[in-house]
Design a protein around this ligand. Structure first.
Ligand SMILES: *[C@@H]1O[C@H](CO)[C@@H](O)[C@H](O)[C@H]1NC(C)=O
Ligand SMILES: *[C@@H]1O[C@H](CO)[C@@H](O)[C@H](O)[C@H]1NC(C)=O
Ligand SMILES: *[C@@H]1O[C@H](CO)[C@@H](O)[C@H](O)[C@H]1NC(C)=O
Ligand SMILES: [Zn+2]
Length: 367
C-alpha cells in the first residue's frame, strides 16, 4: 500500500518525463529504503504545524532536508515570515518539469498518529502526502539516473488553502516549464479538471425593535431567509464534464435575542462552478437575490470558472475533482497535471495515508 504511493508518483513523473511506452507501468522494483524514507519524511512533515499564515517551521525543515539530499535550494519570500521552497539538482534552476504542492494546511493542527496502515494527522493527505511522495520520487529517479540535472525541479508553496497567495508570487520568478505536476489528493487518479469556485457574503440591514411590534421594525433575519430561499431555488449552469454547479451556505449569523427584531444578519456562501464563468454566475445570483430582496447587500469574492487539466498519460484512471487548486494561480503555457495520494473526502476531517492514494495527471483544456 505504501509502495503504491511512491510508485504512483514515480510512475507519473517517469511517464511524463520519458515518452517510452514501455515505461507506462508502475515501478515495482522500488528499493524498500525509499518506502521507509517516504513514511519517515511524511511523518516529519505532518508533525510540524503549518496552518496557512504560519508555515515557516515546515519550510525551514524542508530547506534543511533538501540540502541534506544534495539538492540546490532557494527560498522565495512571500512575506516577512513566510517562504516558498524551490529545489533542484545541480546548478540548473531551469528544468523541463516542475513538481509542486503546498505546505500549508487548514486549521486546527492535529498531531500525527499511526495505527497500523492508517496514518492520522492534519495535512496527512492534503497535501503532505503529495509533498513527501514527490520528494522521494525525485530523489529515487535521480539516484537511478533516470533523470538528471535540468529535468525536474521541486516547488513547495505556502498559502494554497488561503487563495493561492504563495503560488501567485512564483510568477515573479520569471521561470517557465514544459510540464508542471501539481500534488493534491486525487486517489492516484489523473485529474481531468476541477471545478472553479467563487463566494459571496450576504448582509441584511434591518431595524431593531420589540418582537411584539413587528410593524415598527424590520427584521434582517427575515430578509436573509427570503434571500437564501430564493438562492436555494436557483439552478446554476452544469456541464457534462464537470457536473453541477453547487451552492454551500456555510455560515449564518444574525440577531441578538428571541424577543428582539434582528437589526443585522449575514450569510457566507461558496459556489463550486461547473460551467460558465464566475461573472456569469455572479450575475445570476445577484438577479435572483435582488428580485426577492432588493435591499440586501451582496459582496462577491473573486472567482474562477472550471479548470481543465491535461490528462494524456496512459495507464491512469481519470476523474474530475470538486475542489480548487493552485493550478490557475501559476501563469504560463505549461502542460498541467494534477495527481497525488489520498482522498479529498477525508482531507477536512483528517485522513489516512494508507488508503486511496491519489495521483493526478489530467489534461486540462483552457479556462
Ligand atoms: C515553530 O517552532 C518553534 C520552535 O520549536 C516553536 O516555538 C514555534 O511555536 C513554532 N511555530 C509555529 C507557528 O508552530
Ligand atoms: C552529497 O554530495 C556529497 C559530495 O559530492 C557526497 O559526499 C554525499 O554523499 C552526497 N549526499 C547524498 C545524500 O547524496
Ligand atoms: C445534478 O443535479 C441534478 C438535478 O438536481 C441531479 O439529478 C444530478 O444527479 C446531479 N448530478 C450530479 C453529478 O450530482
Ligand atoms: Zn490541497
Amino acid at each position: 500500500m505504501k509502495n503504491l504511493i511512491v510508485a504512483a508518483s514515480l510512475f507519473l513523473a517517469h511517464s511524463v518525463i520519458t515518452t517510452s511506452a514501455s515505461t507506462q507501468q508502475p515501478l515495482h522494483d522500488l528499493d524498500t529504503s525509499f518506502t521507509s524514507s517516504l513514511i519517515s519524511l511524511h511523518k516529519s512533515l505532518v508533525e510540524i504545524p503549518s496552518i496557512s499564515g504560519a508555515e515557516r517551521n515546515v519550510s525551514s525543515f524542508l530547506i534543511e532536508y533538501m540540502k541534506s539530499k544534495n539538492f540546490t535550494v532557494k527560498s522565495q519570500a512571500v512575506s516577512e515570515t513566510r517562504e516558498n521552497v524551490l529545489a533542484y539538482s545541480g546548478r540548473s534552476l531551469k528544468t523541463r518539469t516542475l513538481v509542486t504542492s503546498h505546505i500549508d494546511t487548514v486549521p486546527p493542527f492535529w498531531p500525527y498518529e499511526r495505527h497500523g496502515d492508517e496514518i492520522w494527522g492534519r495535512g496527512t493527505v492534503d497535501a503532505k502526502g503529495s509533498v513527501a511522495s514527490q520528494i522521494i520520487a525525485v530523489e529515487s529517479l535521480l539516484q537511478s539516473s533516470e533523470i538528471s540535472e535540468g529535468d525536474v525541479g521541486l516547488l513547495f508553496v505556502v498559502g494554497e488553502e488561503r487563495g493561492g497567495e504563495g503560488m501567485r508570487v512564483v510568477n515573479d520568478l520569471g521561470l517557465s516549464w514544459d510540464t508542471v505536476i501539481f500534488g493534491e489528493p486525487t486517489e492516484l487518479k489523473l485529474a481531468s479538471g476541477h471545478k472553479g469556485g467563487m463566494g459571496f457574503t450576504l448582509k441584511a440591514k434591518g431595524k431593531a425593535g420589540h418582537s411584539g411590534y413587528p410593524e415598527l421594525g424590520k427584521s434582517a433575519t427575515h430578509m436573509l431567509i427570503q434571500a437564501l430561499a430564493a438562492l436555494d431555488g436557483l439552478t446554476l449552469p452544469s456541464s457534462e464534464r464537470f457536473g453541477n454547479t453547487t451552492i454551500n451556505i456555510g455560515k449564518l449569523e444574525g440577531g441578538v435575542a428571541a424577543n428582539v427584531i434582528a437589526e443585522d444578519a449575514s450569510a457566507v456562501v461558496s459556489i463550486r462552478v461547473a460551467a460558465g464563468n464566475a461573472k456569469e454566475i455572479s450575475e445570476l445570483v445577484e438577479k435572483t437575490i435582488h428580485d426577492a430582496v432588493p435591499d440586501i447587500q451582496i459582496d462577491f469574492t473573486l472567482g474562477i470558472g472550471p479548470v481543465a487539466i491535461d490528462h494524456d498519460v496512459d495507464g491512469f484512471e481519470t476523474a474530475v475533482m470538486n475542489y480548487g487548486t493552485d493550478i490557475p494561480a501559476l501563469k504560463g503555457d505549461h502542460k498541467r497535471y494534477l495527481y497525488g495520494p489520498g482522498t479529498i473526502l477525508v482531507a477536512s476531517i483528517d485522513f489516512t495515508l494508507g488508503i486511496g492514494p491519489v495521483a493526478i495527471d489530467h489534461d486540462v483544456d483552457g479556462e
